[in-house]
Design a protein around this ligand. Sequence first.
Ligand code: C5P
Length: 301
Amino acid sequence: MPDKGMIVEDAFAKINLALHVTGQRDDGYHLLDMLVTFARHGDRLEFSTADKDSFEMSGRFGAALGDAGADNLVIRARDRLRDAVLQAGADAPPVHIHLQKKLPIASGIGGGSADAAATLRGLSRLWNISLPASVLDEIALGLGADVPMCLHSTPLIARGIGELIEPVADMPQFAMVLANPLKGVSTPEVFRRLGTKTNPPLSTGRAAHWLDTIRLMRNDLEPPARALLPEIGEISAMLAEQGADLVRMSGSGATCFGLFQSFELAEAAAVMLHRQRPDWYFQATETIPGENMDGEEHGRS
Ligand code: C5P
């Protein structure tokens, strides 16, 4: 079979700018209101045609993943997409997938979900097939609640458990430092420790500046996660000391982020933070702006 060349897809880190827990479903899953954006920094996946299916991992966090987690999600994404492609009467030949794992695992920034979504995007390109968006969304949701939003990888509001998605076209680009103490918190344990499960939803009103809008929002999972892992408080204080305009935790933790006025300031902060704790994870990055906001960074004022 002729090699169609290698396809590369970035799996952008998912950042919960806010996460409000608004209720609980009968099956125990919590209802969430989330304001989400995506960092340009993320994992990288390569796809190429091969004689038989294979999967390889590398990168700073590749070894930590072992045989569990995102690799299974990548493989499950490959298999489910292939089923759908075959059902549509098209070809889905064997593929070699290389995952460069640059994001800390199980850390509240959707690494595994982003990898699964990138697999759906990458293999659709490699196999040269364009399934209807509704079919892809359904496959994505079957892989995990965060996978549909990662498929979009543009700013959005997600409701339900993450499946009801509304783009936020006027979200600016933010300069950001991602920070993680490289210790895990258990997502079910964080949810279990929630004080109240019926909190106010995301407000529909907007302040003049996005930063002020986001400041008025919360991550309801942050207090229980901080109680479980004091390093979350510690790393948040370090981000604030470096002059971040806003510091918050993403998802159920333990990754926190700081928003900065410019990428240069974010980079300088990441260098200082790395000097303070070389054993922790600090990464300067920029977020992907909404489609009406091409590359504009949020300003002070
Ligand atoms: O989605 P994920 O597999 O990370 O979820 C892990 C656990 O977190 C779930 O089994 C559930 O206990 C809890 N959870 C929840 N409500 C959500 C998402 C996760 O209660 N919306």
